[in-house]
Design a protein around this ligand. Structure first.
Ligand code: AVJ
Length: 322
């Protein structure tokens, strides 16, 4: 490998490590303690998340895929011919492939933090869609980025499935939707998947499954801190907890200390009381109207929305408003 490239890659890597170290130390020093959910997705965490999407209790992935498949031709009809499809947090492209197979799309721009996985996915996609221009961007999709110049004249369609918007605090969700509008420009469209509010009896098991996969996913954050930051978390001394905070319309995930204990990492000590928790994730749930109000305040107007037959999940087609 070119030395300069190797140097740049290692600098970028160190940079990520430093962000991780800083966010963990700051989060554990807060009261109540918290850790950002974006750090769930190391190789092990991404694998566990893939397993989550296949669990019988985890309805969002299955419901969204059924909407995309059942409505593929209606969705395709809303996409201008020869558009560029820009996906925020593209993962394995599973959902994008449904849209790419149905609509007349000239270019696909998957944005994802994991460069290696992204480039491998891009190579397979080029084989399956030989006339499609694939421009992967390896970046944190929450940071502003510029579209590749050759694509700037194409009609733009954003794609943000999975209800990932639910991980943002309400104000940040508005800011992020406005930022997407800025990146995609005038006349842009946005196809976005949003999880719906529902009975707690359906909601909580989706985040606390009987096979314990979500518990392992949550606890992997502590394992990652041990691996990458030299922490000494005893994973058996914490339990996974998922609850529905109805007033705030969100699922919360926590890691609860089973006993009084002190954890050491990066030369610092963090004390836990019995029952003290680390808040690791919020997953906001919406009504169709509440989501549309958020979209409107961020410069988007709602064109259409679809739900699955059980009304568990929704996909919205938005257009940039003047
Ligand atoms: C990827 C943020 C959409 O909130 O449902 C799944 C993450 N966490 N199970 C979600 C998650 C625990 C997921 N999102």
């Amino acid at each position: 490998m070119d030395l300069q490239i190797a140097d740049r890659l290692s600098t970028q890597h160190d940079h990520h490590d430093q962000d991780f170290a800083r966010d963990v130390v700051q989060g554990l020093a807060r009261q109540p303690k918290r850790l950002p959910p974006k750090y769930f997705y190391d190789a092990r965490g991404s694998d566990l998340f893939e397993q989550i999407t296949k669990l019988p209790e985890y309805y969002p992935t299955r419901s969204e895929l059924s909407i995309l498949r059942d409505r593929a031709s209606e969705i395709a009809a809303l996409i201008p011919r020869g558009a560029a499809l820009v996906e925020f947090g593209a993962g394995a492209f599973t959902k994008a492939r449904i849209v790419l197979g149905a609509a007349n799309i000239a270019a696909y721009v998957p944005v994802d933090i994991s460069a290696e996985f992204l480039n491998a996915q891009a190579r397979t996609l080029r084989c399956d869609f030989p006339r499609l221009e694939v421009h992967p961007i390896a970046a944190d999709f929450t940071a502003p980025f510029a579209l590749p110049p050759p694509l700037r004249t194409l009609p733009k369609v954003g794609f943000f499935p999975g209800s990932t918007l639910g991980n943002f605090e309400p104000d940040d969700a508005v800011r992020f939707l406005r930022q997407i509008r800025g990146i995609l420009g005038e006349d842009a469209r946005l196809l976005i998947g949003i999880d719906l509010e529902k009975d707690e009896q359906l909601l909580v098991p989706a985040y606390d499954d009987s096979a314990g996969v979500t518990a392992r996913f949550n606890l992997n954050l502590l394992a990652r801190i041990n691996r990458e930051l030299g922490g000494d978390f005893d994973l058996s001394a914490f339990t996974h907890r998922a609850l529905y905070n109805e007033a705030r319309h969100r699922i919360e995930m926590h890691l609860v200390s089973r006993k009084p204990q002190t954890v050491r990492l990066l030369g610092q000590r963090f004390a836990f009381r019995t029952g003290e928790s680390i808040h690791t994730e919020n997953s906001y749930k919406f009504s169709l109207e509440r989501f549309q109000a958020i979209a409107h305040s961020a410069g988007w107007r709602s064109q259409t929305c679809w739900t699955d037959a059980a009304r568990l999940f929704s996909v919205h087609a938005l257009a940039a408003s003047g």
